[in-house]
Design a protein around this ligand. Structure first.
Ligand SMILES: C[S@@+](CC[C@H](N)C(=O)[O-])C[C@H]1O[C@@H](n2cnc3c(N)ncnc32)[C@H](O)[C@@H]1O
Length: 240
């Protein structure tokens, strides 16, 4: 059997938002790996894994900031997973928040391990994204009929967000907690603030979901913040 590395999406934070397949893969893998921030805090993925399995996990540090430290962390994490195969493991599962194919560290880990273990087979188990959790918690329909949906990383800048607000019916913004005042100003300028909801720490006990129009315009949110902007809908099937 070829060595297998599976990225397992464990949802946004609530252990109930994990698929049956994710739990099975996490229980059956020879080694389970979880990312921890270089702050040393217990990671969210780790907490969700522990809610479903009693097994030991291999904790790999990832740096949150850009630069050589981040590259060194990816290299070290890749080497640690490659070493697990060297010790006889055949299946390694990497638990990641949300979905492993949506802005996940799993992508970089898989690429690094592939460079070290050429026969590696990479698989993923989909997970519930923060975007879906925000839609559910706020009672917002993400898209219907012919509506389009854009997922924007605010690290790409506010002009990209403005372009998406012009071009798309539904816009979701990730990675922008610290830029929230500028983000809210851009949404207000586009005339779409009334259709915007904000969510922080989705699926966690401290979850905070509210209409964006009610936020203090100077307030900055945590890293785990997302914004969902939809268009006004006119009755059933209005956009079919
Ligand atoms: C590196 S991306 C990870 C996305 C994740 N793989 C997914 O599928 O949702 C991190 C960004 O996702 C969003 N995010 C992830 N989990 C969240 C949560 N529980 N509450 C609010 N936002 C979250 C935030 O915008 C955060 O800055």
């Amino acid at each position: 059997m070829r060595p297998v590395l599976t990225g397992v999406g464990v949802g946004p934070g609530d252990p109930d938002l994990v698929t049956v397949k994710a739990v099975r893969v996490l229980r059956e893998a020879d080694v389970v790996v979880v990312p921890v921030a270089d702050t040393g805090e217990e990671g969210r993925a780790e907490r969700i894994v522990r809610a479903h399995t009693f097994r030991d996990v291999l904790r790999l540090e990832f740096a949150l900031t850009d630069g050589p430290r981040r590259d060194a962390a990816w290299d070290a994490a890749g080497a640690a997973v490659a070493a697990a195969y060297g010790r006889g493991a055949r299946t390694v599962a990497f638990a990641t928040i949300g979905d492993p194919n949506v802005y996940s560290t799993f992508t970089y880990l898989a690429e690094t391990v592939r460079g070290l273990v050429p026969e590696l087979e990479v698989r993923t188990v989909p997970g519930v994204t923060a975007m879906q959790a925000l839609a559910a918690s706020s009672g917002t329909v993400l898209v219907e009929g012919r509506e389009s949906l854009a997922l924007m990383p605010l690290t790409a800048g506010l002009d990209a967000l403005r372009g998406a607000l012009d071009a798309h019916d539904t816009v979701v913004a990730y990675k922008g907690g610290r830029m929230l005042p500028e983000v809210l100003a851009a949404v207000r300028e586009s005339g779409r603030l009334a259709g915007a909801v904000y969510g922080a720490s989705l699926g966690l006990p401290e979850e905070d979901v509210r209409p964006a129009a009610g936020l203090d315009p100077a307030w900055t949110g945590p890293y785990l913040s997302a914004l969902l902007v939809t268009r006004e809908r006119t009755g059933r099937g209005g956009r079919l």
